[in-house]
Design a protein around this ligand. Sequence first.
Ligand code: GLC
Length: 420
Amino acid sequence: MNVKSAVVAVALLSMFGTIAHAATVTVSCGAQGQEFEICKQDVDAWAKKTGHIVRLYTPPASTTDMLAQFRQMFAAKSSDLDVLLVDVIWPGIIKDHLTDLGKYSKGAEKEHFPAIIANNTVDGKLLAMPLYTDAGLLYYRKDLLDKYKLKVPATWDEMAAAARKIQDGERGAGSKDFQGFVFQAKAYEGLSCDAVEWLASFGGGSIVDPGGKVTVNNPKAVLALNTAASWIGSIAPSGVLNYGEDEARGVFQSGKAAFMRNWPYAWSLAQGADSPVRNKIGVAPLPRGGADGRHAGTLGGWQLAVSKYSKNPDAAADLVMYLTSKEVQKKRAIVGSFKPTIVSLYQDKEVMAANPFFASLLDVFANSVPRPSTVTGPKYPAVSEAFWNATHDVLAGKATAEDALKRLEGRLNQIKRGGW
Ligand code: GLC
């Protein structure tokens, strides 16, 4: 505790005699975009209100690295972290290390989307409170579609053709490093999200079906991966093989790409006062895989939980309830375009005005595609890793989609051995 916060805590203690003691709570806010900054403001406001002391922990930006770090801490029963972010795919994986928030929530969970609360409830225990929800989106440059007389693409082929036309035109006009399309293709969870969209958009299933059968080796999945592979080095730089969300956003936001696949958080940043693409962008559903395909955005999102090893679970839970409250979710939606999980915020004029696509893309969000994390439970990380590695090999030209998916099927059945 630094001297200043100690003094503030003592002063508050004497003002509000009800606080038994000022606890120190360490919280892991996100690290992507402006997530850390926004979280810091909210956490500081809570500290001021309660007299508790907060320490901020900066996690790695990638969900894959974050999970690895948290699992190490859990294995050591470390009390270093009290409050942590939980990806929508994790409750089944880290359930043994989280505190049941049921006794703290006072029914607040009823305000949130029931499907997310169900996802966060394991064996009757409410292990995390929803902070925001996510779905994959197609960002495009409105001004460039107008300039080249193009429509918002409805299929991947239309997207690739438009990206090619704009890229050729812009490069010809002197913007030598202009790109048609940027997305996430680093070997990590973000690539699994993008590839789940490609598969679903072509009718190629969801890797493992809800009944637990490995379905990934099918002709439509082959077509989906071949389509994505055809973009590398043509409309997308080969550098995408190393891009996460923020790398793709960096290129798009600096005005160097026509299209981008990303999550809602990119909206508020690309629309920021100093953004070169401010008021030049639009958001659409991700393209369909051909005329018979569908628009598919992967379901993502984050929750907040209290570590079972926390020495201050009461204060930590109070912070979680505050950060996931209507007031804070509203602010986060307006400032950071984080999609609320509290249903009534979709009736809030300020929230909806700041994020016009919340209303215009209702279908995308209502029909977002889950990853097979529920059916594969604790084995999901192994499933996803095998899937992103196979996909990365195809995109990098190291394997054909046919071979990679056949091998992946074998590997997934191996992982499944003994059941999911
Ligand atoms: C976003 C999503 C999360 C997903 C991650 C992949 O943060 O909300 O669910 O796992 O991206 O990079």
